[in-house]
Design a binder for this molecule. Structure first.
Ligand code: FMN
Length: 219
């Protein structure tokens, strides 16, 4: 899939189908994500791949009872081994270590979208409870749980702030409202339109297939 489309069409998936997600897909996703940048190239992430139903249910409980998580085919728990980063960067190392894990997590969900796999980033959990459940040592902090699986349905698109409100020019607060100044805005709008058209076509197709299957069952 084209990069822009993967970014724009990725949506948090909180409704998973029972279709098996092969281990090879999970491996492909992580194998690409591991090329993410990290401060000093320290790559302070460790992934725990959870597939066991009972464990997924316990993780969903720890994630403030987000029960939809247990229908996902796998959970990836991204752990932050921050010690080396903090040693190398005494002032900002703690922050860098978290940022590195955030970047790798973003790339996991983007590669998943690229492969047509649904995902959700889940940050609401009790770190200590997750450490206990998965035998994670004290020196590795769980930063993110990522659910993966094939989508049964996708939530509505969440609105995004228009680029013109996100940018200042040269220094904080400075805005130039010249028409030719933001040619990128025009371009991005086209891409968003194209991506949502593709998605709508895909969901219409899916709805048609479901209708056909239901009719078959009735007969
Ligand atoms: C750091 C972080 C933590 C998040 N935690 C949760 C969570 O605990 N539960 C959840 O359902 N979604 C969670 N999300 C997903 C966001 O709600 C979602 O990305 C946002 O609403 C935008 O929607 P979209 O991903 O469909 O574009 C989290 C996202 C991020 C980046």
């Amino acid at each position: 899939m084209e990069f822009d489309k993967a970014v724009i069409s990725r949506r948090t998936c909180r409704d998973y189908s029972s279709k098996t997600l092969p281990m090879s897909k999970i491996a492909d996703i992580l194998d690409i994500a591991r090329f993410s940048p990290s401060s000093g190239n320290l790559q302070n992430w460790q992934f725990i791949i959870v597939r066991a139903q009972g464990t997924k249910e316990k993780i969903a409980d720890i994630c403030k009872g987000q029960s939809w998580m247990s229908d996902a085919q796998a959970h990836i728990v991204v752990c932050n081994k921050s010690r080396e980063v903090e040693k190398n960067y005494p002032n900002r190392g703690e922050l860098y270590a978290i940022q590195n894990c955030a970047i790798v997590s973003a790339n996991i969900v983007l590669k998943a979208a690229d492969l047509g796999v649904g995902s959700a980033l889940v940050g609401a959990f009790d770190e200590y409870e997750l450490q206990k459940l998965l035998d994670i040592p004290e020196a590795a902090i769980p930063e993110m749980v990522i659910t993966l699986g094939y989508p049964e349905s996708l939530d509505e698109d969440q609105p995004r702030t228009d680029l013109k409100y996100l940018c200042y020019l040269e220094s904080w607060g400075k805005k130039e409202d010249k028409k030719d100044f933001w040619p990128v805005t025009k371009h991005t709008k086209n891409l968003v339109k194209k991506a949502s058209q593709t998605k709508n076509r895909a969901s219409t197709k899916a709805k048609g297939l479901i209708r056909k299957a239901k009719n078959k069952l009735k007969k």
